[in-house]
Design a protein around this ligand. Structure first.
Ligand SMILES: Nc1ncnc2c1ncn2[C@@H]1O[C@H](COP(=O)(O)OP(=O)(O)OP(=O)(O)O)[C@@H](O)[C@H]1O
Ligand SMILES: [Mg+2]
Length: 301
């Protein structure tokens, strides 16, 4: 969103359970740890992100469905709440009514309402993270219309990588109309196995599909602490030493998001683009996060 300081990132995959909400929460935790301000927009009627952020679903309170319906910045402002994680992380809570909204037309004006409503909030946050539902339907399109870029979350399976093609087709379609400046910020790999020839092959395949530079590192390993944090409705960073290696991974992904956001913005400012270029080059190295053996058997999604 050019007017303000924040970068709006839609976290996407039409496939369920791949780790979209996990990434949104991990990035929000990393941002909070660093003293940044983020707004998490819970665009999924399941409301998982809001719940994990300690926000109670409440039919009486304004929520994202009201924002989608009205496109009114004052409604958005009134709907935003401070998360249970405390300072630095705010939430625009989900609405159950989002399900009904899916029946709406794909009217472009309606699709831009979220974008319009969020625009005045942009200068309060470093990042606005939109946690999308597992769908490429009308509500997700509203999220994409509001976003500067997309983070696609994938697992290393043939089906997941095939699904990424459908997402890319949707993004290209949006570039033609609803959101001509929408970028693919990157592809984040979740539940990466430690060492596996098959996984290596899938990474190759993914890089070929998406472009090598689009695939971010480090990958996110399978980790029980991720589920524990959700269960306690706490940021991963509050779980102490057991979560240390996992928090480091989200810290790195958050740094990468900042570099990407910076280089996206500096495309309009040629003087700083050389720096941004070298930053993303450095971040392009091979994944350096390998799951420790102890966690392999314990972690079940
Ligand atoms: N790397 C991981 N290690 C351990 N558990 C994980 C990991 N990634 C995700 N999970 C767990 O798997 C489940 C699904 O993850 P998550 O909710 O992030 O997926 P999602 O893509 O947001 O799902 P949906 O499409 O339903 O919104 C959650 O219980 C989450 O805690
Ligand atoms: Mg989710």
């Amino acid at each position: 969103m050019m007017a303000g300081m924040s970068t709006v990132t839609a976290i996407l995959n039409q496939k369920g359970g791949v780790g979209k909400t996990t990434l949104a929460l991990g990035l929000a935790a990393a941002a909070q740890e660093r003293g940044d301000n983020v707004l998490v927009v819970d665009l999924d009627p399941q409301g998982s992100a809001g719940w994990a952020l300690g926000v109670e679903a409440d039919d009486d309170h304004l929520a994202v469905g009201d924002v989608l319906r009205t496109g009114d910045p004052r409604v958005a402002e009134a709907a935003v709440v401070i998360s249970g994680w405390g300072k630095g992380v705010d939430v625009l809570p989900s609405s159950l009514g989002l399900i009904e909204r899916e029946a709406d037309s794909t009217d472009p004006a309606a699709s831009r309402r979220l974008r319009n409503a969020l625009e005045p909030l942009a200068d309060r946050y470093d990042h606005i993270l939109i946690d999308c539902a597992p769908s490429l339907g009308p509500t997700t399109r509203c999220g994409l219309a509001a976003a500067d870029g997309v983070l696609l979350v994938v697992e290393l399976s043939a089906l997941s990588i095939r699904g990424a093609d459908a997402v890319m087709a949707t993004l290209h379609h949006l570039e033609d109309g609803l959101n001509p400046t929408l970028d693919l910020f990157g592809v984040v790999v979740n539940r990466a196995p430690a060492i596996s020839i098959e996984a290596d092959r899938q990474v190759e395949e993914l890089s070929r599909h998406m472009g090598r530079r689009s695939v971010w590192s480090p990958f996110i390993p399978q980790r029980t602490v991720i589920n524990e944090a959700v269960g306690h409705r706490l940021p991963l960073h509050d779980l102490g030493y057991r979560a240390k290696d996992t928090t480091r991974i989200f810290d790195k992904l958050y740094s990468r998001l900042n570099e990407t956001a910076h280089s996206t913005r500096s495309q309009d400012r040629p003087t700083s683009s050389a720096k941004a270029e070298s930053n993303s080059e450095a971040a392009d190295s091979a994944p350096d996060a390998q799951p420790a053996a102890e966690d392999q058997s314990a972690a079940v999604a």
